[in-house]
Write a protein of this length. Structure first.
Length: 619
């Protein structure tokens, strides 16, 4: 009598008898040899004994059957031949030739490898797994699934892991992952690799699942390609700490696969395990974006500071814009704080917990626009060794900031317009349509909306971006806020120097600051205050320390004009080192640069720590 013996996989060491009755191998519960593997078909292959021979036939499987490394359709096999089905290898044996699987090593030291440990291994070698009660097997599956979730480093990877598991377990025809905003009329759907993106989603069932905090199976009538049929949708809520996040749903043709209460319990349990990882990775990705933004924009006021009526009006408009989901256009001169208002609109809106992605339009070469904005598929061009998401896809569910949108080339304008109008696009080198739900906030220091506007900016794109316009006043129009801004910058810099007292500003110095018209606005004022701190002596900024422009010079020895940039930087670094008591780490943090950069500047300018109470220290 002949058998097949599993050499690999969860059922390693288990054998099945080959008889005149076909021995079915596949993923379906009806198979004699069931393999829970996403690349194994429901009915993959069969073996049977006839005419004194063992016949193996592939059942039109998606990923083929292999014998001794060769792909087969139908073939006879003999003892010793190896059959590969998905990731599992079987060997054909006779009753007297079943080889032992694994010998115990006689060692005093007892060890458990992470590759073998039952509680941490995704594929434990447990030949008795299929003999356990269903509830025990499913508890273990949930445990292994949580282990897989813990290894994901992005929302995309996490979703792919969950979707692969759902397809292996339930073989659904459709899959939806939907975010929910309290009070919103529509869900926002995550664009999964193979799943639906909102089309024909069981919206009412998902709303009911969220409101009742329960899973449900909902029969529904579905029409596709002019055909009407019944389908079964299984829905589970996603929540963390009682706070609803959304819902996940799968659907199968009821004629081919129906769901039972046991399936629903497992599905709800898997969704419950998935939700906290989803929320955590969303926050991690946003923190990463915030960190990169903070490093890039260090030195800009983190709040829209001011008490003038014009500033208060801008804040009021930002609050009103945040309460809508309209695209927002922020217009104002360079340095007026457009980036600050953009972030305020995002943070106050319903999309606050989702991505905030910043695109510097002026820095995108037109030949790279499609790759950066829309992403690319693996192999799309030489060097594309893996798939990459673009900025638009990364911002799904949240906000995309187009900084200085007036600098986009005409070709780039046309491409982004198409994506904004349809909510869909294709990655470079791809054919699959990707649907996104993104709010666009744009900033510009140019005129876009009149005949006198910049040449070549599309009017149709302008109208798409200008759902809600906010114009930011230049600093000269709210000069009464200059004193407030100066004190803010000094206080902020003092905190960066580990709580050392802020430097005072002499009355004549403040008058000079207020008098200037600040063509560079708040950004120019911040830079001027930083220079003044570098020149200040005895803890007070004097009028001679305020170096604004060639019209405001400080002759150090009564004969020189403005010092060179390297002289200003050297004196500023020296001053900051004194304030930090010679502490290199504190100085680097206050300057907003790395220790390595600071060391290189110390060497470049031959700066020594003569004026600090002690030697330079790392901190």
């Amino acid at each position: 009598m002949n058998h097949i013996l599993a050499k690999t996989g969860k059922q390693r060491g288990t054998s099945w008898e080959i008889s005149e009755k076909p021995l079915l191998v596949g993923r379906s519960e009806s198979c004699d040899v069931r393999l829970v593997d996403p690349i194994v078909s429901r009915w993959h292959c069969e073996l049977k004994f006839r005419d004194d021979q063992i016949h193996l036939r592939d059942l039109d499987s998606s990923n083929a059957t292999f014998v001794n490394g060769q792909r087969i359709d139908s073939v006879t096999v003999k003892p010793g031949d190896e059959i590969a089905v998905g990731g599992v290898v079987f060997v054909v044996t006779d009753a007297s030739g079943v080889p032992p699987v694994g010998d115990d090593d006689d060692e005093t030291l007892i060890t458990v490898s992470l590759a073998d440990a039952s509680y941490v291994n995704d594929n434990p070698n447990d030949p008795l797994f299929d003999t356990l009660p269903r509830s025990v097997r499913e508890y273990r599956e949930l445990f292994v699934l949580a282990r897989l979730f813990s290894r994901a480093s992005s929302v995309r990877e996490l979703t792919r892991i969950f979707q692969d598991w759902l397809h292996a377990k339930f073989d659904p025809d459709e899959f939806w992952l939907a975010w929910y905003y309290a009070g919103a009329e529509e869900f926002i759907y995550y664009p999964t690799e193979n799943g639906a993106q909102g089309e024909d989603a069981p919206v009412e069932a998902m709303r009911r699942s969220i409101s009742s905090d329960s899973g449900l199976i909902a029969p529904r009538s579905v029409k596709k390609r002019r055909a009407q049929y019944m389908a079964a949708a299984m829905v589970a809520p996603l929540a963390v700490g009682g706070d609803p996040m959304g819902a996940i749903a799968i659907q199968s043709d009821a004629g081919m696969r129906t769901y039972a209460s046991g399936d629903l319990e497992l599905f709800v349990g898997a969704a419950h395990a998935f939700a906290p990882y989803l929320r955590a990775l969303e926050h991690v990705e946003q923190l990463r974006r915030d960190y990169n933004y903070a490093r890039k924009e260090a030195g800009i006021a983190e709040r829209f500071i001011g008490e003038a009526p014009a500033v208060q009006y801008v804040r009021e408009l930002a609050v009103k814009a945040a309460a809508t989901d309209l695209n927002v256009l922020l217009v104002g001169e360079t340095g007026t704080g457009k980036d600050v208002i953009a972030r305020m609109v995002h943070d106050l809106g319903a999309r606050a917990i989702h991505p905030y992605v910043i695109v510097s339009c002026a820095s995108i070469p037109r030949e790279l626009f499609d790759i950066e904005m829309f992403g690319h598929e693996k192999g799309a061009f030489p060097g594309a060794t893996e798939q990459k998401s673009g900025w638009l896809e990364e911002a799904h569910g949240g906000t995309l900031l187009l900084d200085e949108v007036g600098d986009l080339s005409p070709e780039s304008q046309a491409r982004i317009l198409g994506a904004i109008e349809t909510g869909t696009f294709h990655r470079v080198g791809g054919s699959r349509e990707i649907r996104v739900d993104v709010r666009i906030i744009s900033t510009t220091n140019k005129t876009l909306d009149t005949e006198a506007g910049i040449e070549g900016f599309r009017k149709d794109l302008f109208h798409r971006l200008n759902g809600f316009e906010i114009r930011l006043p230049p600093l000269r129009e709210h000069a009464e806020d200059i004193r407030l801004l100066v004190n803010h910058f000094l206080e902020r810099d003092a905190k960066g120097m580990q709580g050392l007292p802020a430097i005072a500003v002499a009355p004549d110095a403040m008058r000079r600051l207020v008098k200037w018209h600040w063509p560079g606005n708040v950004r120019e004022l911040a830079a001027c205050v930083a220079r003044a701190v570098a020149f200040a002596k005895e803890g007070t900024i004097q009028a001679s320390d305020v170096l604004i422009s060639p019209g405001f010079t400080r002759p150090p020895d009564g004969e020189l004009g403005l010092p060179r940039l390297d002289q200003v930087e050297k004196e500023h670094i020296t001053r900051m080192i004194r304030h930090a008591g010679g502490n290199i780490s504190a100085t680097a943090r206050a300057l907003g640069i790395s220790r390595a950069t600071l060391y290189s500047k110390l060497k470049l300018y031959a700066i020594e720590n003569k004026d600090s109470p002690g030697p330079l220290s790392l901190g």
